[in-house]
Design a protein around this ligand. Structure first.
Ligand code: NAD
Ligand code: 3PG
Length: 390
């Protein structure tokens, strides 16, 4: 039995994929995997048994990914599974920034008397807006969300310019050829009436939207942030809204300092909160976890390389190790010393870390234990597992 500890609301459609004779949920203090959404776990100590963490969603800034790598824990996310939901919210944000619908609705609620239609017709002039068609949208980050947004905004008759120096070939193919590709940040900021940011927050991007960034934006532009609040230098943003450099800030991330600011529209982190996205994220996260726990194969990891090899031998040894010379030599020497035949061996690295999969025939359990103990003693080996073919 493998125990998985869950946090946040994970849709049952995914959880139901965990067979009751193989998995338990939240039953031990030493789970093999964590399954979560936005729960912050930076301060959590991880038990020795923990081999993986799956984020049912995109952003992994709530997980101490570097520490996980050091402890040999593979972290997964669910690329693209909630992208459409976020894209739809951004379009709502664009429309709400252009048309004062929300103010109009609130005004309407206050009206008294029976002559509502007369009052509406007399008062509606204060809520006239502008159209999105013909305006320029700049999209920063053309990944799962940004690429969908860029293409749909084009169909809203906006001129769209995108910026992503690291765009993957896969997403690049999905972006309409009508979306102009900017060569620099300055190029995307200079002419856009609306800027929407869709990049992950990490050591390189925290504080990405600062005074310098804002100064490159067109006067009176609108900034939309459905990515993360840590991307923004709040003081610089508030100053730009106060002095009219920016006309509005629309965000999915509430901040105490933003309350009461009439140029800021905040949503309570609802981007991924649709039935469809929650189900898709849950199913993808559970399937990814199961695949890893049952075969040792890694897909959709944010800290370890992809490895996807069919498990055809009786046993598989998986090794999380540092990416240093002679690791394979040392591991195979231990197997050779014990006359254990290797059916298949694969090692892939990603940055400072690597993952090794070794398929072997059936051997006595005492011999296997001896081999594993010796492999674990190699300097740089962080975690080992033995998986049996079912
Ligand atoms: N509001 C929500 O509920 C919600 C939901 C999903 C994702 N998000 C946030 O949105 C982010 C993006 O999600 P996604 O699914 O599109 O991720 P993604 O990984 O598919 O796309 C991110 C893109 O950003 C690009 N990028 C990275 N650094 C960049 C930089 N400095 N300049 C320009 N481009 C850069 C990458 O090349 C990639 O194409 C997530 O990391 C998460 O923080 C929020
Ligand atoms: O990064 C994400 O996927 C989003 O921020 C969604 O977060 P949630 O799963 O807590 O709604």
């Amino acid at each position: 039995m493998k125990d998985i500890q869950t946090f946040n609301m994970i849709a049952t459609e995914g959880l139901n994929l965990l067979e009751k004779d193989k998995y338990t949920l939240n039953e031990t203090k030493e789970p093999e995997a964590l399954l979560l959404r936005s729960k912050k776990i930076h301060d959590m100590a991880f038990n020795e048994n923990l081999v993986s963490i799956a984020r049912a969603g995109a952003g992994v800034n709530n997980i101490p990914v570097d520490r996980c790598s050091e402890e040999g824990i593979v972290v997964f996310n669910t690329p693209g599974a909630n992208a459409n939901a976020v894209k739809e919210m951004v379009i709502a944000g664009l429309i709400m920034a252009a048309r004062p619908i929300y103010r109009g609705i609130n005004w309407l609620k206050e009206l008294e008397g029976d002559d509502i239609s007369e009052q509406v017709e007399a008062g509606k002039k204060q809520f006239a807006g502008r159209e999105l068609a013909g305006k320029t949208l700049g999209v920063i980050g053309l990944g799962a969300i940004g690429s969908l947004l860029a293409t749909d905004a084009y169909h809203l008759k906006m001129d769209v310019i995108g910026y992503d120096p690291y765009v993957s070939v896969e997403t690049a193919w999905n972006i309409s050829s009508r979306v102009k590709k900017a060569k620099s940040l300055q190029e995307v900021l200079r002419d856009a009436d609306y800027i929407s940011i869709h990049i992950p927050v990490n050591g390189n991007t925290a504080g990405y939207v600062n005074k310098e960034f804002i100064n490159m934006m067109k006067d009176g532009a609108v900034l939309l942030n459905f990515a993360r609040n840590e991307l923004i230098v709040k003081e610089d943003l508030i100053e730009a809204l106060d002095n009219g450099k920016l006309s509005k800030y629309v965000t999915d991330f509430a901040e105490r300092e933003f309350f009461g600011h009439d140029r800021i529209m905040m949503f309570p982190h609802l981007g991924a909160s649709t039935e469809e996205a929650e189900v898709q994220c849950s199913i993808m996260a559970v399937n990814t976890l199961k695949y890893f726990l049952e075969t040792g194969n890694i897909i959709n990891s944010v800290n370890f390389p992809t490895i996807d090899v069919p498990l055809q031998s009786a046993k598989r040894i998986t090794i999380v190790n540092r990416n240093v010379p002679n690791m394979i030599g040392q591991i195979s020497a231990i197997l050779a010393k014990h006359f254990v035949n290797i059916d298949n061996i694969l090692n892939r690295s990603r940055g400072n870390f690597a993952y090794t999969v070794i398929d072997i025939p059936e051997i006595e359990s005492s011999l296997l234990e001896e081999v594993i103990n010796q492999v674990q003693e190699i300097n740089g080996v962080l975690k080992t597992r033995v998986i049996e073919r079912k």
